[in-house]
Ligand binder design. Structure first.
Ligand SMILES: [Zn+2]
Length: 182
């Protein structure tokens, strides 16, 4: 595998450029917050739904069905794109770090949707820590063959005393200690 430049971190300047170019016209586009390709699962789309701190709702109890009419064109567009790509669509309820509900995250995997709402779904409640673990593991799997951060050799999955990690394949021969924790 050739070692291309790693993908950049999240950057919103492209959205701002498009908005400037539209100069006030309504957009026909839908912004996808995150799309990545997994070697086994295919494309995965993430849409993050931020919950403001309110007494009557938190990330574990909020659901697009509660504000469907307001946002349905976005959800329907995302679902159409997911279907066209045969992708997995995850809607993720979260709250900002440091707020009351920051430790509650809900992952809604959309299995079917129609004009009136999500009709089939698989829902998983997470803590911030367990979501991070799920998210990082998925991301690492999507990277495919990962180069060692120290020597650039491929890395292999290994089991540590506490958790799995990727270690440098060259470790037995060169003693390279390059590691990436999942
Ligand atoms: Zn190495």
């Amino acid at each position: 595998m050739s070692h291309s430049k790693p993908l950049g971190h999240d950057d919103v300047s492209g959205f701002e450029f498009a908005r400037e170019m539209l100069d006030g016209n309504p957009t026909a586009a839908v912004n996808i917050e995150r799309i990545q390709h997994h070697p086994d699962k295919g494309f995965i789309i993430f849409e993050y739904l931020k919950c403001e701190q309110r007494d009557d709702v938190n990330p574990h109890t909020s659901h697009p069905s509660k504000y469907w009419d307001k946002n349905k064109s976005k959800f329907l567009s995302l679902w159409r794109i997911a279907r066209a790509l045969n992708a997995t669509l995850y809607l993720v309820n979260y709250a900002d770090a440091g707020t009351r509900d920051s430790d509650m995250i809900l992952v809604i995997e959309v299995l079917d949707m129609d004009e009136n709402g999500i009709t089939r779904e698989s829902v998983t409640q997470h803590t911030r820590g367990s979501f991070q673990q799920f998210f990082r593991a998925l991301n690492t799997e999507c990277l495919g063959e990962i180069p060692c951060p120290l020597c650039g050799s491929p890395m292999v999955k290994r089991k540590g005393p506490k958790k799995e990690f990727y270690g440098c394949k060259q470790f037995p021969t060169t003693g390279c200690t390059g590691k990436i924790f999942i």
